[in-house]
Design a protein around this ligand. Structure first.
Ligand code: NAD
Length: 301
């Protein structure tokens, strides 16, 4: 019987600790990196490209760099000015595509107005596309072929599987349909044999749908959108949202205190999906380095 059903009688949800799971994942990645260096003389390299000085993006890029270095991945940060032209960025991406020391390339989004993100994303070598946003990798995910999968959705799935190994037949509801998060999360859950409903800003009677969810994944970017009466008792609730609070912190899309009275499991914000996103980026970099050297990508976990 699925865990979600067994938890129905509990009043307070169990917290799925993203920091702890990400730490375990990073330790496992560090061991794989050590083996790649020792046995195969391969030092995985991750290039992160940042355009401009958006404070949020600067923090994300610094966090990614620090996390990469901690597991033994070589980090290359390319910080370009806000007025960088699309051609200049494309030239840099092409140079990184041809650079042997770089196994993963990530262009930090959003990009300034003069640059078309889709044009940039499709210029990245799909084998180095550690964000999983190249159309080839999206197609691979859709068709069940091996490829690089977007990091936040990968992290969400790992958090869900931490508390429920077998997702077959469960009803998963995803709020949000972005290419970055909502759609790939839905694809991953479909691949796990869930019945998946994708909701968005035009979905009527949202709470009627969410109340049917054994697994609810929320990626709307609307603080406190999801309340306790939207939740099926015992459900697994994954909160992807990041919303800035007036006090300078961050909060999720789920009203944590209210929803945790009804849910079986819940991820906090901060400390849930966020740390897993970075850990999965490191995992993707190692997987990319393996595949580029015709080695089997390890199962990291
Ligand atoms: P987005 O703005 O591209 O997409 C938001 C989606 O939510 C849209 O499909 C929209 O239709 C839907 N939506 C908006 N308001 C809604 C409402 N009231 N009811 C139902 N659906 C609604 O955003 P995104 O890039 O998908 O990111 C979503 C959230 O996840 C943001 O808060 C973002 O900061 C966060 N995020 C977190 C991580 C992480 O690592 N934790 C990574 C990426 C994004």
């Amino acid at each position: 019987m699925p865990v979600v059903k067994q938890k129905e009688k509990q009043l307070r949800a169990e917290i799925i600790d993203g920091r702890a799971l990400a730490k375990t994942l990073r330790e496992s990645i560090a061991r794989h990196v050590a083996v790649l260096i020792e046995d195969h003389k391969i030092l995985p390299g991750l290039a992160v490209v940042l355009i401009g000085d958006d404070p949020g993006s600067v923090i994300y890029v610094n966090n990614k760099k620090k996390a990469a270095v901690e597991v033994g991945i070589r980090s290359f940060v390319h910080h370009l000015p806000k007025n960088t032209s699309q051609d200049e960025l494309l030239k840099l991406v092409q140079a990184l595509n041809g650079e042997k020391k770089v196994h993963g390339i990530l262009v930090q989004l959003p990009l300034p107005k003069q640059i078309d993100a889709n044009t940039v994303l499709k210029t990245i070598d799909p084998a180095k596309d550690v964000d999983g946003l190249h159309i080839e990798n999206i197609g691979r995910l859709m068709t069940g072929m091996p490829g690089l999968v977007p990091c936040t959705p990968l992290g969400c799935l790992a958090l869900i599987k931490k508390v429920e190994k077998n997702l077959t037949g469960l009803h998963a509801v995803v709020i949000g349909r972005s290419n970055l998060v909502g759609k790939p999360v839905a694809q991953l859950l479909l691949r796990e044999n869930c019945t998946v409903t994708v909701c968005h800003s035009r979905t009527p009677q949202l709470s009627h749908i969410t109340r049917q969810a054994d697994i609810l994944v929320v990626a709307a970017g609307k603080a406190g959108l999801v309340k306790a009466d939207w939740i099926k008792p015992g459900a697994i609730v994954i909160d992807i949202g990041i919303n800035r609070t007036k006090a300078g912190g961050i909060s999720g899309d789920v009203d944590f205190d209210d929803v945790s009275k009804v849910a079986g499991y819940i991820t906090p914000v901060p400390g849930g999906v966020g740390p897993m996103t970075i850990a999965c980026l490191l995992g993707n970099t190692v997987a990319a380095a393996c595949r580029q050297n015709e080695l089997t990508a390890p199962h990291i976990g």
